[in-house]
Design a protein around this ligand. Structure first.
Ligand SMILES: [Zn+2]
Length: 152
């Protein structure tokens, strides 16, 4: 999942569910949602910041402090949730590098079916990539338009 999707999806949820959304709230959710991919600077993507070990204390602190810290933690949680469905997250990294995710595949139109599979593997080594972001770009534009409408 690319950064535009990671920002836009929780951003749209925040803009939809918050009674009085603010720009600082949207930026806190977005910063939290992008933060785990700082892991890309380490030797493995989806490692330290994709683990529950630093996330859960941050969430507990956010629940205690409320406001922007909580929005940051919820954005971080959205990243882990979304990555669980697009690969694996290693819940106790660095104690164990093993990660889990859920693969959902739809086949059809002939022999229509839905395949659910729990996947288990180790994080990918850092590598160069090429992202096709057309759909993500459209989603980001919708998020910006929604923010313009919802933020006063
Ligand atoms: Zn990630």
């Amino acid at each position: 999942m690319d950064p535009l999707e990671h920002f836009s999806i929780p951003g749209l949820v925040y803009l939809t569910l918050s009674g009085e959304p603010t720009l600082s709230g949207l930026l806190a959710v977005g910063a939290g949602a992008l933060f785990p991919d700082v892991d890309a600077l380490s030797k493995e993507h989806r490692s330290y910041l994709h683990s529950l070990l630093p996330f859960l204390p941050t969430l507990i602190l956010g629940l205690h402090l409320r406001g922007l810290p909580l929005l940051f933690a919820l954005g971080w949680g959205s990243h882990l949730f979304l990555d669980f469905f697009t690969g694996v997250i290693p819940p106790v990294y660095p104690l164990s590098r093993r990660g889990w995710g859920l693969s959902i595949v739809i086949t059809g139109p002939r022999n229509f079916g839905i395949e659910l599979k729990l996947i288990e593997r180790y994080p990918d080594r850092k590598h160069d990539y090429r992202l096709e972001i057309g759909g993500s770009f459209a989603l980001a534009i919708l998020t910006i338009l929604t923010a313009i409408i919802r933020l006063h």
